[in-house]
Design a protein around this ligand. Sequence first.
Ligand SMILES: Nc1ncnc2c1ncn2[C@@H]1O[C@H](COP(=O)(O)OP(=O)(O)OP(=O)(O)O)[C@@H](O)[C@H]1O
Ligand SMILES: [Mg+2]
Length: 356
Amino acid sequence: MPDVQISEEQVLEVLRAVQDPDLGRDIVSLGFVKEIRIDGSSVEFKIELTTPACPVKDDLKAQAEALVSALPGVTAVTVEMTAQVRGEIRTGPLIPTVKNVIAVASGKGGVGKSTVSCNLAVALAQTGAKVGLLDADIYGPSIPMMMGATEGPVADGSAIAPVLCHGVELMSIGFFLETDKAVVWRGPMIGKALTQFLGDVTWGDLDYLIVDLPPGTGDAPMSLAQLIPLTGVVVVMTPQDVAQQIANKSIYMFRMLEQSTNRAIPILGVVENMSGFICPTCGTETPLFRQGGGEKAAERLSVPFLGAIPLDPNICISGDIGKPAMLIAPESKQAEAFRRIAGNVAARVSTLNMRE
Ligand SMILES: Nc1ncnc2c1ncn2[C@@H]1O[C@H](COP(=O)(O)OP(=O)(O)OP(=O)(O)O)[C@@H](O)[C@H]1O
Ligand SMILES: [Mg+2]
C-alpha cells in the first residue's frame, strides 16, 4: 500500500462536521479537539466536552471515529472522551471551589424536589462529575435520610467537612438536629444558617452544587439568591393543572429575585414528577393525572422541558431506605429518566456558561 501522509489539518477538517447540538457549533471551533497524535496510519485524539454528563457523548464519539476512519490511509482511530466543566467564577467568595450552583425548587410541597435533588446529584456523580448536595430545607430536612447518610459531618473549629455519600458531598441541617423535633426559625436565621452551610463547609472542587430548596416562595430561595449567584433553577412539578399554576408562581418568584438581586437567575427547565404510574407487577404505565402537563407548562412559560419521572413505588421505598432510585434499580425507567434529566440539566448549564 502506498504511504499516505495524514496531517493534523486533515483530521481537524473532517471533525468540523461534528456538531454539538446543545451549543450549536462544531467541536473544532468550540476547541474541544485536543492532543491529536498521528503515528503512521493510526490517529489518536481527545474530545474535551464541557460536561461528563453530556447526553450525546456517545454519539459525538461515534461520529468523530467514523469521520476520521474514512480519511485515506487511516487504519486505526482512538478517541478519548474527557470533560472539563466550565464554571461561573462568579459563584463568589463564599463558595470559591464551586463552579455551578443549581437550585431545585417548586411552588408547593411534596412534589418530589428532594427526590429529584438526590437522584440528579447521584446521576451527575455517576458520569464522573464532582457533585455536592446542600439541603436548604431548614424546616424539613430530608436529604440525610433519603441519601442514607448514617454518619454526621466532622467539624474542625468553625469549618465543617461535608459527608461523602454515594459519591456526593452532602450537607444538611438535619445532621445537627434531634430527630422528630420541629424547627421554629424566623427569616433572618434562615439566611444565617445558609451562609454557614455555604461558607463554613469545606466543599471540594465541585462541578455542580445541587441545592434542595424548601417548598414555596419564602425566605430560603430569597436568601440563597442574595448570598450566591445561582447558575440556574430546576422547577419540579406534578402534571395537574393546579401544580402548573404553582410552578408558575415559583418561576415568577425567581424572575422577581433576578430584579432585586440584579443578577440573572436562569430557569434551567421544568421536571414533571409522578408523571404516570408504572405497575410493579406487569410494568405497564398508567397516566394517573393528565399527561404532558409539564411539557405544556414549560412551553407556556418559555422554559425548557427537562423530562418526566414516572410514579413508582420503588422511588418512595428508595427514599425511605436511604438509597436513591438511581442506585436501587439502575436499569429501571425511573433511573433512565433521572439520567436523561441530569444530561439535560448539564447541557443547559454548559450552554449558559459558554455564552458568557
Ligand atoms: N416519582 C415518584 N414515585 C413515587 N414516589 C415518589 C416519587 N417522587 C417522590 N415520591 C415520594 O413522595 C414523597 C415526597 O417526595 P419529596 O420528599 O422528594 O418531595 P419534596 O417536594 O421534596 O417535599 P417537601 O416539599 O416536603 O420538601 C416522598 O415520600 C417520595 O419518596
Ligand atoms: Mg423536600
